[in-house]
Design a protein around this ligand. Structure first.
Ligand code: URA
Length: 195
């Protein structure tokens, strides 16, 4: 049986797709191996690529707010991404997020499977379409399926939106979008095993 540390070390040398080249580093998941909940995002952003940890930029701050409001402590959660390298395109000296392709998600899948096997959480929450499709297949649709727990590979899985989608959305709708995100996370919180 492997450990998160072994996986992290191996993933740090990952060259399974071309994203490793322009990215600064592999951004592996973070959190306790005993976590009851694993959150799966899309891919690291600019800040995450520089700092080497998932969800530490603006989307991460919104995620922390939403977790707090739903009664989940970030410290009890393992947070990771479907793709472990930042995909971007340059615009001047800025690096702009570019959605990973199916091939990138596929190439990275072994790391996510490894993390899920080691942590063996009771509950998985997918954040956004990329993570949802990574685990549930190409037919997955957030609007139809978010907030509804389902059985998935012996665990419960709750799909929801991505915090970046809330940040990118129109300002007047942001509060309602955040409330809906918190409601989905509250559904996951209610699935926390006792003890
Ligand atoms: N968005 C993600 O999907 N993951 C991160 O780690 C940061 C932003």
């Amino acid at each position: 049986m492997t450990t998160l540390e072994v996986l992290r070390r191996e993933a740090a040398r990952c060259e399974r797709c071309e994203l490793f080249e322009p990215a600064t580093r592999t951004v592996f998941g973070q959190g306790p191996a005993s976590a009851w909940l694993v959150l799966v995002g899309e891919q690291p952003g600019d800040r995450e690529d520089l700092e080497g940890a998932p969800f530490v930029g603006p989307a991460g701050r919104l995620l922390d707010t939403a977790l707090g409001r739903s009664g989940i402590d970030r410290g009890e959660v393992y947070v990771t991404n479907a793709v472990k390298h930042f995909r971007f395109e340059r615009s001047g000296n800025r690096r702009l997020h570019k959605t990973p392709a199916v091939g990138h998600v596929r190439a990275c899948r072994a790391w996510l499977d490894g993390e899920l096997a080691v942590v063996a959480p009771a509950v998985v929450v997918t954040l956004g379409a990329t993570a949802g499709k990574a685990l549930l297949g190409p037919a997955f649709r957030i609007t139809a399926e978010r907030g509804r727990p389902r059985d998935w590979e012996g665990r419960l899985l709750v799909p929801t939106t991505h915090p970046s989608a809330i940040l990118r959305g129109p300002a007047p709708e942001r509060d309602a979008a955040l409330d809906a995100f918190v409601a989905d996370l509250t559904v996951a919180a209610a699935l926390r095993p006792e003890g």
